[in-house]
Design a protein around this ligand. Structure first.
Ligand SMILES: *Cc1c(COP(=O)(O)O)cnc(C)c1O
Length: 409
């Protein structure tokens, strides 16, 4: 959708349309942004961000997850500067790779080892490859609608994807044990892995936490078949529990994928695994030109340290609760009904009777003009940099949004 006419953003979009296919790709494709949303940003600091036209926002998207301590966290940026000054992209990794792997193995409950990539999709694809190598089987069970990246085996789009790319992918419904058992039966003796997200955080849908029975059944079925349980913690990782998002459920995966929050905005992903899959992980050929790059690993180490020091998860939870309570109050005061689902630190806000998302988009576009960057159909993210005053600014903007929706209805 369009940005404001005569804006710097609109001019950049026009230039981009000539030299970048569609002007932008994937989830940032202009058609997917709500009306009035800027595409280009100039600056970010803490929980604030400024677009290229100089408008300031309290940021509730946190770069779609990576920013967990706030933009430009001083300790993280200092660690990056120090590593970059010494050397970052060298003929092999820096010592920091071993320090970071040791830290992840000490922190993440199921992990006996770790290896590093750049994007979440690298990590999920590597998990699938290791699972197939370690089991000698082909079938991978994926929850219908779960996002695991843009590679052909898991992309939400089928454009440019062949049936053969997905020949060994079977589907089940998240939290639906009967559908899971049916897919396991269908895979039979060829079951390599079941991959699950930490909770159901699909686009444009109410979020759902995994039931204890579902999580336990996934583990049992993998045990019975000697298949890999892959927990895709790319989105929720380090926002729910530092030992892994299923640790509160007492269910440990064999392999986990991590990215987004792991290095507070610096490009890094990781796969962690247990000893059952160590040999397979050593045997597969997975790599990338930038997978050894040391600055992002230094950023990750500093991020994990700062998160522990600052009690980041507790802070995000407290501020997320403040937001949820405030929105619930504004919703009932305005008579505009909303549904708030999922963990408070990763909020999803959807409107009742809003199949076409017009209420949600009007709400968000109005809040945007009043200085809050929200999203009408994707889950949002708190960071440890959000303070009460920031949440209260968001709530003041949301009040305008509710008024606009009520006025339009
Ligand atoms: C974002 C995401 C991915 C893909 O990560 P990229 O860094 O975009 O490749 C995979 N799984 C989940 C759950 C995600 O949220």
């Amino acid at each position: 959708m369009a940005s404001l006419p005569n804006s710097v953003d609109a001019a950049l979009r026009q230039r981009a349309a000539r030299v970048v296919p569609g002007g932008m790709w994937g989830h940032l494709n202009a058609a997917k942004l709500p009306d009035g949303y800027p595409q280009f940003f100039a600056r970010a600091d803490g929980c604030r961000l400024w677009d290229v036209d100089g408008n300031a926002y309290v940021d509730l998207m946190c770069s779609w997850g990576p920013i967990v301590l706030g933009h430009h966290h001083p300790k993280v940026e200092e660690a990056v500067r120090r590593q970059a000054a010494a050397g970052s992209c060298m003929n092999g990794p820096g010592a920091v790779m071993v320090e970071l792997a040791e830290r992840l193995v000490a922190t993440i409950a199921h992990a006996d080892w770790a290896m590093f990539q750049k994007n979440g999709g690298d990590a999920t694809t590597t998990c699938v490859t290791i699972a197939r190598a370690g089991t000698g089987r082909r079938k991978v069970l994926v929850a219908r609608g779960s996002y695991h990246g843009s590679a052909p085996w898991c992309s939400p789009s089928v454009v440019g994807v062949t049936a053969e790319d997905r020949a060994h992918i079977l589907h089940f419904d998240y939290n639906d044990i009967a559908s899971l058992e049916a897919a396991v039966d269908q895979a039979g003796a060829d079951l390599a892995a079941i991959i699950v997200t930490a909770f159901r955080h699909d686009l444009a849908r109410d979020q759902a936490l995994p039931t204890a029975a579902f999580a336990a059944r996934v583990r049992q079925l993998c045990n019975a078949a000697d298949a890999a349980l892959i927990l895709d913690d790319v989105r929720a990782g380090f926002r729910i529990h530092s030992a892994g998002s299923w640790e509160p459920l007492g269910v440990r995966p064999d392999l986990s994928s991590w990215s987004k929050a792991i290095a507070n905005g610096h490009p890094l992903a990781a796969v962690t695994g247990n000893d059952r899959f160590r040999e397979a992980a050593a045997a597969v050929f997975v790599t990338g030109s930038f997978w050894c790059e040391a600055s992002s690993m230094a950023a990750s180490l500093a991020t994990l340290e700062a998160m522990a020091e600052e009690g980041a998860i507790d802070r995000m939870t407290a501020m997320g609760q403040r937001l949820r309570d405030g929105l619930a109050q504004l919703s009932s005061a305005s008579g505009v009904a909303i549904r708030q689902t999922g963990p408070v630190q990763m909020p999803m806000v959807l409107f009742d009777d809003d199949a076409d998302f017009r209420k949600g988009e009007l709400f968000c576009a109005t809040a945007l003009r009043h200085g809050a960057y929200l999203h009408p159909r994707h889950n949002m993210f708190l960071s440890a940099a959000h303070r009460e005053a920031d949440i209260d600014r968001v709530l003041a903007a949301a009040e305008k949004g509710f008024a606009a929706v009520r006025g339009a209805g």
